[in-house]
Ligand binder design. Structure first.
Ligand code: ATP
Ligand code: MG
Length: 204
């Protein structure tokens, strides 16, 4: 238990489908952790990404969790999170924050989102709770700023933006283009060992 003199744990929550996790995610997590002096950033693997349901086949959660675990294994301060998988059902950030507050009493929570996710914040279930239960951290591209409504308290962190997305990576698997340097080696090893993405993404 933290004593009265121990500063609260500063905990970042970086949620995603991570199908697969790529260097854009890693650069973001490492740089936000550094910029805000976070003790830990949890890469939280979404169980059922309800906003993506129906649009495509999503890699099973346990495979995505294995890839994220491999991605962060040797990275100080980054850890994989499986609260949403263990909880089952749909994944809502508000519920995950409540679970983390319970698990880490007194921790200061930071919800980290990319600019695309921030732009859709109003569509999130109970986004007001996300804003009230944590500091919202928006990862911004230099020179292309996201703006959020004035009544929302949020922190902007500029991180070099790597134009890579999981969607593009799945297409690359599909047509055999190289994945090197876009996905880290440990993630590629898991993909190979588990035979993931062999069917490719199919037509967009
Ligand atoms: P998909 O293409 O399947 O949507 P994605 O690459 O966007 O995948 P997600 O798992 O959807 O990855 O995103 C998780 C989080 O990472 C989101 O907050 C998203 O904004 C952020 N993110 C995604 N790609 C990048 C990137 N290249 N740089 C920084 N942040 C990113
Ligand atoms: Mg996305």
């Amino acid at each position: 238990m933290p004593g009265p003199d121990t500063p609260p744990l500063r905990l970042g929550l970086f949620g995603g489908t991570f199908d697969p996790p790529h260097v854009g995610h890693m650069v973001t997590a490492v740089n936000v952790r550094h910029a805000l002096g976070l003790d830990r950033v949890i890469l939280m693997v979404a169980n059922v990404p309800w906003q993506k349901e129906g649009s495509r086949q999503i890699t099973p959660a346990e495979d995505r969790f294995a890839m994220v675990t491999a991605a962060v294994a040797d990275v100080p301060g980054l850890v994989p999170g499986r609260n949403e998988i263990d909880r089952g059902g749909h994944s809502y950030t508000a519920d995950t924050l409540a679970a983390l507050a319970n698990e880490f009493p007194g921790a200061e929570l930071f919800t980290i989102v990319g600019d695309d996710a921030a732009a859709g914040l109003h569509t999130w279930t109970r986004s007001d709770e996300v804003v009230s239960q944590s500091h919202l951290v928006v990862v911004d591209r230099p020179g292309n700023h996201v703006e959020l409504p004035d009544d929302i308290d949020w922190i902007r962190v500029e991180v070099p933006r790597l134009e890579v997305s999981s969607t593009d990576l799945r297409r690359r698997f599909g047509d055999g283009r190289p994945l090197d340097y876009l996905v880290t080696e440990p993630v590629l090893d898991v993909i190979e060992a588990r035979g993931l993405y062999l069917a490719g993404e199919g037509p967009a």
